[in-house]
Design a binder for this molecule. Sequence first.
Ligand code: NAP
Ligand code: HSE
Length: 414
Amino acid sequence: MANIAMLGYGVVGSGVAELISRNRYKFKDELDEELVISKILVRNVDKHLNNKNRGLLTENIEDIFNEKVDIIVEAMGGLNPSYEYIKRALNMKKHVVTANKDLMAERGYELLQLAKKNGVTIHFEASVGGGIPILKSMNECLVGNEIKSIRSILNGTTNFILSKMSHNGMSYEEALKLAQELGFAEANPESDVKGYDAARKLSILSTIAYNRRVEWKDINIEGITQIDSDDFRYAKMKKCSIKLLGISKISEDDIYAAVMPVMVKQDSMLGKIENEYNAILVEGDAVGDVMFSGKGAGMFPTASAVFADIADIVENKREKTITFSSEKASINKSWDLKSKWLLRIKTQNRVEIIESISSSFKSCYILSNSVSGNKKEVVAFVNADNEDLIDDYIKKVKSEKHAQFVKKLLVLDK
Ligand code: NAP
Ligand code: HSE
């Protein structure tokens, strides 16, 4: 019998419990193992009074750390007490499965080391890309490649919001509320909309991809809170969608890593990813481009990834577990490829700003009017060799030309 104790019975935890129940006898014939949940920790048992698993729920952590438990599944979220509970589980030589990217991005190295020391494993497939089997694919199927770059949509909530704002005319607030009701958003949705969740996932992915630790706090992070309906109209002019992308790219000296809203061609691989779907476009030296996509959030897609980790442990595939390098990566925060950028500049000096854009960028297209008809806004698409040139220009117009507000958006043609 494989005895499983669970921490958390919310969106993910309840989906995992259901999949364990559906697959209880999956390994019976081959391995003579039956999957059994011993206990499930929640904060408040009374919230779940009418639930069919009511009898398994407990508010007492001591009920979880039972001698007979083989695997602890963590689906509580947050850093603490999840960190303390997982450490305790590993020290008791229990295998751990977690969906917690906050914890793995912050403490993954230490927890993986602790698991190794105790001869057990910590699996975390669900922490990146929800139901997409991306970590295992990177670790096993792409093992013969040097990974060159990752371009990805890693947050279901923000992709859902951007899709609903762009195609259904929903407001940001309405779309966020719906994403919360559907169980996609984090307990604190700031982490979704400000880009932190995507940055944590990008750090986990990039750490595995480049075999160097990419700390999420070193990543340049911009969320979607500044995106407005006019941005979608400018994007459509260029046949683009707006996506919150997590991008990383290795060079000789360092790793570029950023999370930011980007205009991507509507008919490109990432441009077609809508709603809570995620996608990860990996460039390997041998394989070329490989795209992984699927539902990045929600009860059963996430439970599917957690269950696969449980299955790996039951089938004893631990020799293939993921490790994080002890070497920290040096991070470059500036996009260094020649690209197009959208600039939106709010100013009282329209003529002066138009002149300064024309003289600062060899190649630019300045719109005669903003889409809203706002006379105090200058809108242009400019080409620049790298992001530093754009940032220098923004600094200059803010100080010398008294621009009140400048927004920039990278446009990716491919
Ligand atoms: P959730 O719906 O808010 O559920 C959290 C569960 O944990 C609840 O059952 C809650 O108890 C319990 N809990 C929280 N803090 C606790 C504490 N201190 N002591 C005891 N129990 C506690 O969260 P979720 O959406 O399932 O997310 C869980 C984890 O999975 C997070 O790390 C999240 O980032 C990750 N994840 C979520 C998704 C998704 O689509 N939702 C996808 C991938 C990964 P009560 O029931 O009593 O409140
Ligand atoms: N809040 C996360 C998202 C859940 O929207 O992608 C999945 O990790």
